[in-house]
Ligand binder design. Structure first.
Ligand code: HEC
Length: 106
């Protein structure tokens, strides 16, 4: 397989099993770095009122919006500090946020 084909195949990931692993990593990152301002799961009771919950973010971006969400996370955030997320961290966070949408059934 050529490198381009390999890259294209890779772009078609995540496969469901991989995505579950990414979401677990994203869960950890979210609790470490985002929970200070965002409600990142159902159990969390307090956060910065100005920051939308990850559940709300999952709904806003929707099933087809994960690329846009990843693009947002790759750019410095206007209100929050630039967290300099790696591509891997962004992949994990989008997988986690995507999993919240799946849970909410919408
Ligand atoms: C210091 C507080 C703070 C931290 C830490 C923080 N955020 Fe935010 N975030 C905000 C605020 C405030 C907003 C709402 C204002 C805005 O959209 O610019 C926001 C908005 C967002 C949005 C919504 C963008 C949209 O299109 O509506 C996303 C996605 C997001 N944050 C992701 C993250 C992730 C992922 C992390 C952890 C890596 C994180 N944030 C950490 C304060 C924070």
């Amino acid at each position: 397989m050529s490198r381009a084909l390999l890259a294209a195949a890779f772009a078609l990931l995540p496969l469901p099993a991989l995505a579950a692993g990414y979401a677990e990593e994203g869960d950890v990152i979210a609790h470490q770095w985002c929970a200070e301002c965002h409600v990142v799961d159902d159990a969390q009771t307090s956060a910065d009122a100005a920051a939308p919950s990850f559940q709300a973010i999952a709904k806003k971006y929707g099933e087809d919006g994960m690329g846009a969400l990843a693009a947002f996370l790759a750019d410095p955030h206007p209100v929050m500090p630039d967290m300099s997320l790696t591509r891997q961290e962004i992949r994990d966070l989008t997988a986690y946020i995507s999993s919240l949408r799946a849970k909410s059934g919408g």
